[in-house]
Design a protein around this ligand. Structure first.
Ligand code: TGC
Ligand code: FAD
Length: 390
């Protein structure tokens, strides 16, 4: 099939198994057929294309590495990364929906939930019948989630949840939310909040210039009665939500490469077709410099992501190593998007091409899941042993 061009300057395909390539090509084909042709319109209208949920489930984007007995795809970490790369080649907002569902909703239920919770929620989340959201950030606690004030009280036969979360992907249409809140002793726990519970509302956040095809909102809890069986029993403390972020940040490190590849492919093609001063603009050294630097940075990012995938798979990747890849690869992508946009001149600012949308989307990606600054401080803390947050 006529797939996207796939920059692979160092022949990294040799590092992939046949299964990796099958999984990646299925995702690539689906994105090309069902996402790329429609996504610009949805982004312009600031609407999430709900009709793609079934397709995301079919390519294994909901719980790629969750075991098959719970409805997941049972794949390895590199397959997960490759799926995120292909989806984000289409749009970072679509990848966000998949990241949240897999790493921030299914992962905590699988890792911190009990068997009843796994059986009740995971298959429906894997098929896309239910969509989930993840509530960690609050209006006054973004980079510092440990300061959260959302809280729950033990009322004997149920918990009573109060507080608010902000900037929550998928919130406006989610059936369930994995919400992080403090108990009366100030210890953080995860609770599964279901749509329809009295006092629970999810107003949409409007007027975003970034990630417009992803639906973002608040989670508001006004004396919400939570059944006791909805508390995730197997891990508590800030390390529990941060463990989910490790998985999502890993996926983003791969996803950002997809957005960068799409910008690079588009600019490369344009540079060979666009004539100025009697030559294709790709013949000018300044434009070649941009393209040469882009492919160099993409190749370095691919190597970082692949190696991190191997370490994630064998369980040796540290959180700080994940931070480095998330930070580097998103920064790489945002810089490439900016350069690529300039290479298209005026056409670069239109919706005829995907670059401006990627560029705007990446402003969210460089902020969420730990900002560019926060990941730098995590690396700084790791190499010096000195904690800038305390
Ligand atoms: P600190 O005292 O360092 O740590 C508290 C406890 O957590 C443990 N820990 C981790 N565990 C697992 N994974 C990690 N990455 C961990 N990092 C730390 C740590 O060992 C400790 O455990 P224990 O047992 O000793 O209690 O925590 P701190 O309050 O100083 O904060 C550290 C900091 C700033 C790095 C952390 O708070 C942070 O990462 N902040 C950024 C917040 C963030 O990333 N929010 C993302 C919200 S979700 C989102 O954006 C979704 S976007 C949608 C999409 O994905 O597409
Ligand atoms: P702040 O923490 O207020 O940071 C402001 C600035 O100060 C940043 O530049 C930051 O780097 C800097 N700063 C903060 N602390 C320090 C420090 N110690 N040293 C130096 N500089 C510092 N959250 C969820 O829980 N679930 C979601 O699904 C979700 N989806 C999102 C979707 C979108 C589109 C966006 C934009 C955000 C989403 N978030 C989500 C929230 C996201 O994780 C936060 O926006 C992010 O963690 C930053 O928090 P903040 O916006 O409060 O910024």
């Amino acid at each position: 099939p006529d797939l996207f061009e796939a920059p692979d300057y160092y022949n990294l395909d040799e590092l992939l198994t046949d299964e990796h390539k099958l999984v990646r090509d299925a995702a690539r084909e689906w994105v090309k057929r069902d996402v790329s042709p429609i996504i610009e319109d949805y982004a312009q209208r600031a609407e999430f294309p709900k009709q793609i949920i079934g397709g995301l489930a079919e390519i294994g984007a909901f719980g790629p590495y969750i075991p098959e007995e719970y409805g997941g795809a049972g794949l390895d970490q590199i397959s997960y990364g490759l799926i995120m790369q292909e989806i984000e080649r289409g749009d970072s907002g679509v990848r966000s929906t998949a990241s949240v569902q897999s790493s921030l909703v299914m992962y905590p239920i699988w890792k911190y939930g009990n068997e009843e919770q796994r059986k009740k929620y995971l298959p429906k989340l894997a098929s896309g019948e239910w969509m989930g959201s993840f509530g960690l950030t609050e209006p006054d606690h973004g980079s510092n989630p440990g300061g959260m004030t959302t809280n729950f009280k033990d009322m004997g036969d149920h918990y009573l949840l109060n507080g608010a979360k902000m900037w929550i992907s998928n919130a406006p249409f989610c059936q369930i939310a994995v919400v992080w809140a403090k108990n009366e002793e100030g210890r953080i726990h995860g609770l599964i909040v279901e749509r329809g519970m009295e006092g629970f509302s999810t107003p949409e956040t409007h007027n975003k210039w970034s990630l417009r095809a992803s639906s973002t909102g608040e989670l508001i809890f006004d004396n919400v009665k939570i059944p006791k069986e909805n508390l995730l029993p197997n891990k508590s403390g800030l390390g529990a939500p941060l463990g989910c972020l490790d998985s999502a940040r890993f996926g983003i490190a791969w996803g950002a490469i997809g957005a960068a590849m799409d910008c690079y492919d588009t600019a490369l093609r344009y540079s060979k077709e666009r004539m100025q001063f009697g030559k294709p603009i790709g013949q000018f050294q300044l434009q070649q410099k941009k393209l040469a630097e882009m492919i160099t940075e993409i190749t370095k990012a691919q190597l970082l992501a692949w190696r991190l995938g191997v370490m994630r798979e064998n369980g040796t990747a540290t959180s700080a190593q994940i931070s480095m890849a998330k930070r580097n690869n998103v920064d790489m992508a945002i810089n490439i998007a900016r350069e690529a946009r300039q290479m298209l001149g005026g056409m670069g600012i239109t919706g005829e091409y995907s670059i401006m949308r990627h560029s705007m989307n990446l402003e969210s990606v460089i902020t969420y899941e730990g900002t560019h600054d926060i990941h730098l401080l995590i690396t700084g803390m790791d190499v010096t042993g000195l904690n800038a947050f305390k």
